[in-house]
Write a protein that binds this ligand. Structure first.
Ligand code: 5GP
Length: 177
């Protein structure tokens, strides 16, 4: 019995995640030929996704990390978005691809994309592993999308509940609520 078996039901298996990430990596490789790509990984949830995706992209690239806080450990958005850790270099003139775990209400990402656009990158696109359209409160354009999911609270593969469950190899529905 694994530690999460009684709290989490599998929604997207490890195999499905990796197959889709390969496809996303191939699409990104095609689209950014001849360009220097910077992946902006949004902490902490997208770390697992970003490191797998980076290895599925056949291009020279650099990695930046950006911390945003929108949830305070529960399952509902507080509506408050703050940058808690900023990138390490100026973003002006760079081809930025933001890597996010999930777009839920869209509030975090619309704040972040506006914030990054104001730094005058050469280009700015978004790659999100998951989208939960049922809860969208603002329109966010996702250039590369892994999976569209129903309105579940999901954990695993980087996504947490109260900082736990990030180290599960699949995306699962959290049943503890
Ligand atoms: P939004 O601003 O789009 O409502 O929320 C974005 C952030 O909320 C995500 O980056 C993620 O940290 C968190 N979030 C939204 N939905 C879920 C979910 O189903 N599970 C987990 N673990 N986090 C979520």
């Amino acid at each position: 019995m694994t530690f999460h078996q009684k709290d989490v039901d599998v929604l997207i298996s490890e195999e499905k995640l990796h197959a889709r990430i390969k496809e996303l990596g191939a699409a990104i490789t095609r689209d950014y030929q001849g360009k220097e790509l910077t992946l902006v990984c949004v902490l902490k949830g997208s770390v697992f996704f970003a490191t797998d995706l980076a290895r599925a992209i056949d291009l020279p690239l650099t990695l930046e990390f950006l911390g945003v806080s929108s949830y305070q450990g529960g399952t509902e958005s507080t509506g408050e978005v703050r940058i808690t850790t900023d990138v390490s270099k100026p973003m002006a003139g760079k081809h930025l691809l933001v890597i996010e775990d999930i777009i839920d209400t869209g509030l975090t990402m619309s704040f972040l994309m506006e914030n990054l656009a104001a730094r005058h990158p050469a280009s700015l696109k978004l790659c999100s592993l998951l989208e939960k359209p049922a809860r969208a409160r603002t329109q966010v354009n996702i250039d590369y999308k892994g999976f569209v999911i129903d309105d579940h609270f999901v954990v695993g593969y980087g996504l947490d509940y109260g900082e736990k469950y990030r180290n599960i190899n699949f995306i699962g529905v959290w049943k503890g609520k």
